[in-house]
Write a protein that binds this ligand. Structure first.
Ligand code: ATP
Ligand code: MG
Length: 386
């Protein structure tokens, strides 16, 4: 079976293109490899995959639809560049599909061919109408039959499947995402994946002071996210001791912000050792009291790496919709022992000042706390759940 994959070319210039194509091809291969022997090649601004015929197309479709950087793709029949050849390709398509109305679109990327796009459209429009009895509808047909003519080869496309767009994972570098069991952080991680970042994950939990439920949940969430980037790396960091220390030494109101600052410091240390270029969180402006601008500022100052907050301007209902599409929502709303509800203050501060927080933190051996938490953290590689 042959599949042609199109990517969006906007913004892809000069030397970026081969890098982009190589990465996309490698990611497609990784995403399909366990289904069978797959070959891939570059082909005039698109990619061509060859797979064994016995793999169901539905399975292949689901896999390609989770590869970032794909604009759309089609199963194709490869034909000789003449009318007889193309007719065989069209017949092949007609065998596998029934429809009441269709449109035909032809495109030529080789001007030396002895026919124009318009001639192809007229000829095969007529041919398909006669053979199937279906009517031509160029506005909203049930199917589009596309003919892409190149120099030595012509493709007949069996309809278009849309991809998820974006950039191939890995092309933008590596980042470290702070993932809770909540709704927001998985969506935030996905958004940067879709922009070409390979995401490593870090999760903080309060086990053994609470159950280990948040860890199980995060593993399952990462397994869903791994569909889009392949096997994914997760650090789970015990955070209960640090929380108890914060509770012991600090007033109640700024507690959450102090938790977050420690999370940032630990995540940053991991990120640096992993070659990550930024942290990623699911924060947005004003959603909860810990996310006022003043508090975001206080949290930010604990890290020197850039902090990406892809959801910063989104409404909760938009985020929920994205989580539903991503497939993480139903899992995220299941109850768990989130470390932030462990030792949660009654009235969290909406306005903290970094200097005041620093005065409290001066009492601590921050370096020792970071090191101890990382020493006791667990690392695992999580495979995609299909
Ligand atoms: P989420 O749905 O992502 O949990 P939220 O709306 O509950 O977000 P907060 O609880 O304030 O917001 O968390 C803000 C961000 O801090 C999260 O999106 C996540 O990136 C990070 N974070 C919070 N708790 C944890 C945790 N236990 N482990 C790792 N990161 C966390
Ligand atoms: Mg949360």
């Amino acid at each position: 079976m042959k599949i042609v994959v199109h990517y969006s070319e906007i913004g892809l210039k000069g030397r970026n293109r081969p890098r982009f194509e190589d990465r996309l091809l490698a990611n497609l291969r990784d995403g399909l490899i366990d289904l069978g022997d797959i070959r891939g090649q570059r082909l005039f601004g698109r990619l061509m995959l060859t797979l064994p015929d016995d793999i169901p197309f539905e399975q292949i479709r689901a896999r390609i639809q989770s590869v970032c950087g794909v604009a759309y793709f089609s199963r194709v029949t490869e034909c000789e560049p003449n009318f007889d050849g193309i007719q065989k390709g069209v017949d092949d398509f007609l065998e596998s599909t029934r429809f009441e109305s269709f449109g035909i679109r032809a495109r030529r990327s080789e001007k030396r061919l002895p026919f124009t796009s318009l001639e192809l459209e007229r000829h095969f429009g007529h041919y398909v109408a006669q053979k199937t009895g279906a009517r031509v509808d160029l506005k909203q047909p049930e199917v589009w039959i596309e003919i892409h003519a190149m120099n030595k080869v012509v493709f007949v496309l069996h309809g278009r499947q849309s991809g998820i767009g974006g950039l191939p994972v890995g092309i933008s570098g590596r980042v470290t995402a702070l993932i809770s069991g909540g709704i927001d952080s998985p969506v935030a991680a996905f958004k940067v994946m879709r922009r070409g970042c390979y995401v490593r994950f870090v999760h903080f939990h309060s086990h053994p002071f609470t159950s280990a439920s948040s860890q199980d949940k995060v593993r399952d969430l990462v397994a869903i996210l791994a569909r889009y980037q392949g096997p994914s790396r997760l650090h789970t960091v015990p955070f209960g001791e640090i929380q108890r220390q914060i509770v012991r030494d600090a007033p109640e109101e700024p507690r959450i912000i102090l938790y977050r600052r420690m999370m940032f410091r630990i995540a940053q240390r991991l990120a640096e050792s992993q070659g990550s270029l930024a942290l990623v969180t699911g924060e947005c402006v004003g959603q909860v009291s810990s996310q006022t601008l003043a508090n975001l500022d206080s949290i930010n100052r604990a890290a020197t790496l850039p902090v990406l907050r892809p959801l910063i301007g989104e409404d909760k209902d938009q985020i929920i919709r994205s989580a539903e599409q991503l497939g993480t929502y139903s899992l995220s709303i299941e109850p768990d022992d989130d470390c932030c509800s462990y030792l949660m203050p009654n009235r969290p501060a909406t306005k903290t000042r970094p200097e005041a927080l620093e005065r409290i933190e001066q009492l601590w051996d921050i370096e020792g706390m970071i090191k101890d938490a990382i020493d006791r953290s667990q690392f695992e590689v999580i495979k995609p759940v299909r």
